[in-house]
Write a protein that binds this ligand. Sequence first.
Ligand SMILES: CC(C)(COP(=O)(O)OP(=O)(O)OC[C@H]1O[C@@H](n2cnc3c(N)ncnc32)[C@H](O)[C@@H]1OP(=O)(O)O)[C@@H](O)C(=O)NCCC(=O)NCCS
Length: 156
Amino acid sequence: MRDKIYKFAETYLMTLEIRKWKPEDAEQFVQLTSEWGYETTLEKTREQLKRIGELDNAKVFVAETDGKVVGRILVAEHITLGSEPFAEVLGLVVSQNFRQKGIGSALIERAKDWSREKGFKVMRLRANTKREVANRFYPKIGFALEKMQNVYEIRL
Ligand SMILES: CC(C)(COP(=O)(O)OP(=O)(O)OC[C@H]1O[C@@H](n2cnc3c(N)ncnc32)[C@H](O)[C@@H]1OP(=O)(O)O)[C@@H](O)C(=O)NCCC(=O)NCCS
């Protein structure tokens, strides 16, 4: 990952740091969530970050270039009963003007490192079939399409 970051800095003349989230990042998270296609508020985001921060089996990492948060990823243990637990990527987004510069790949690499440190042997994620770029991105960086599922939901 270090090599990729040097390559990024040389190519785009910008620094890239992948680090753990800080409470001050919350405002930029709201913007990233909206670029991902979901609406949220600063209050909701702060509450969610606080809850995630209390968990030992979940982590948020951000990509910062020249002092600006331009991407984030949430990775967490997917609890199972019977089958082997795995690490799941739940929220990866890179800011529109910073895409196709290797930042998404760098965030995935950091999430993979965290998952290995936690002892997981597999990382998994779900991508909406309508998200064409995401469905090109994951196979390109080494993920294999394992299965296709329907997602069911009920309002409570
Ligand atoms: C998917 C996403 C995170 C990728 O982030 P990124 O920083 O642009 O990705 P990278 O620059 O690391 O791309 C890695 C590879 O993916 C492929 N790729 C990425 N974007 C692509 C695009 N728009 N078209 C074709 N291939 C693409 C490329 O092959 C690229 O490798 P290369 O540059 O060596 O050819 C980003 O597009 C995004 O935030 N999309 C909106 C949110 C989203 O869909 N998140 C995923 C939810 S499951």
